[in-house]
Ligand binder design. Structure first.
Ligand code: 13P
Length: 252
């Protein structure tokens, strides 16, 4: 089954509204002719409105970096799916390792956030991945299995087909250390096999991004792998030139 490549920039806590707008204005002409990949940028909440406006009418889509599971209520500092939907975002990153590490995110809260995103018609980009200690301890598959099992509990095969997964080995994030294409493919293949066990044929439709020091120099060989369907990019998405080059190399 042909899966359309999806490349998303996770800006993390970078770019004010005016900086985000400028980045998208610079990016638009550079990727205007890209039809073979879905392009997404995920700014901080405060920059979403400006970025949605700047991206209007282009092939650049917008996502959030988190989402709360409740519809509304006493959750100081949180943002609901409905609030996000109204801003014009179409995607929501869920369960990024930085949220798991610093903000107490668990597989159970990931699961609640996925359900809220789906209910609002947003496409979840669900992050999973092991730490260096877990990889070196031979626990990678065990960790991924429990993240999939817990995070995707009660999700139907129909819903799963529309969810994007991002495999981000924590040791490769922001470190310059990328998993080799072979190592990444082996893990992506494991993830897809687990998805097949859990969701049957729908697993073939699920796009699995790789994330962790993906850059223009390595995007082609990573995305060329059978089970790698795009990337979730941090550092290299913060400049229009490098992000555009990374995208073009990935689909060349
Ligand atoms: P880097 O591309 O900076 O390694 O970040 C990856 C990431 O965490 C994307 O979500």
């Amino acid at each position: 089954m042909a899966r359309k490549v999806i490349i998303a920039g996770n800006w993390k806590m970078n770019k004010t509204a005016s900086e985000g707008k400028a980045l998208v204005e610079d990016l638009k002409p550079l990727v205007a002719d890209v039809a073979a990949a879905e392009i997404v940028v995920c700014p901080p909440f405060t920059s979403i409105a400006a970025v949605v406006e700047a991206a209007g009418g282009s092939n650049i889509k917008v996502g959030s970096q988190n989402i709360h599971w409740a519809e509304s209520g006493a959750f100081t500092g949180e943002i609901s799916a409905e609030m996000l939907k109204e801003t014009g975002v179409e995607y929501a990153i869920i369960g990024h390792s930085e949220r798991r590490q610093y903000f107490g995110e668990t597989d159970a809260t990931v699961n609640q956030r996925i359900k809220a995103a789906l209910a609002a018609g947003l496409i979840p980009i669900v992050c999973i991945g092991e730490t260096l200690e877990e990889r070196e301890g031979g626990k990678t598959e065990k960790v991924l299995f429990s993240q999939l099992e817990g995070g995707l509990a009660d999700i139907t095969p129909e819903q799963m087909a529309g969810i994007v997964l991002a495999y981000e080995p924590v040791w490769a994030i922001g470190t310059g250390k990328t998993a080799t294409p072979e190592m990444a493919e082996e893990t992506h293949n494991y993830i897809r096999c687990q998805l097949k066990d859990m969701f049957g044929e729908a697993a073939e439709a699920v796009r699995i991004q790789y994330g962790g020091s993906m850059k223009p120099e390595n995007s082609a060989e990573l995305v060329a792998q059978r089970n790698i369907d795009g990337g979730l990019i941090g550092g290299a998405s913060l400049k229009a030139g490098s992000f555009a080059e990374l995208i073009k190399n990935a689909i060349a």
